[in-house]
Design a protein around this ligand. Structure first.
Ligand SMILES: [Zn+2]
Length: 178
């Protein structure tokens, strides 16, 4: 990590290391289909892509959708208000799900098994990122905290992002369909 033009950067940075907001993203090798799903531990680029395209967080196919919106599952601990704001809505780092994976997740994930809420979501906003916050230092910037940062916060230029945070703004609780 280096400081370039007053912000955190990779020494050998390439255009695709940043998103359209200019936020720097963690690099990870992409190996789709390899390994077992680790619930709660999501690949940064896959997580971001799933949020942006509303793809299932487990299998990567389009999330379940009907006239009431896209299917999301929230466990008690998945509702994660990491950005304190006066705004309404639910902030989450967890992308939506397809129906088969929703059923599998409820059975397989220890957190979801206890309690979950299924939502139909009509509208989402990209709120910010969760990642590692750095501060300038010699010889290299130093990671000082794991944070959630809104896109309009100046500290966003000092974060190496790992997850896109989305705010669900128009939603209704539903029964998980059979
Ligand atoms: Zn799926």
């Amino acid at each position: 990590m280096v400081v370039r033009r007053g912000r955190l950067a990779f020494a050998d940075e390439r255009p695709y290391d940043r998103d359209s907001n200019g936020v720097l993203w963690t690099r990870t090798p992409s190996q789709p289909g390899k390994g077992r799903p680790e619930y709660g531990k999501i690949h940064p680029h896959r997580q971001r892509n799933a949020m942006e395209q509303l793809l299932c967080q487990v299998c990567g196919r389009p999330a379940d959708r009907n006239q009431d919106g896209t299917l999301w599952l929230l466990g008690e601990d998945l509702q994660d208000p990491v950005i304190p704001t006066g705004q309404t809505g639910i902030l989450t780092a967890h992308p939506p799900l397809c129906l088969p994976c929703a059923h599998t997740s409820v059975g397989a994930c220890p957190h979801l098994r206890k309690q979950y809420v299924a939502l139909r979501v009509r509208h989402t906003e990209h709120a910010g990122v969760r990642g590692a916050l750095y501060r300038p230092a010699v010889p290299r910037p130093v990671a000082i905290d794991a944070v959630g940062i809104a896109f309009d916060d100046q500290l966003i230029h000092w974060v190496r992002a790992g997850q896109l945070l989305v705010r669900l703004t128009d939603y209704q609780p539903v029964e998980l369909p059979e």
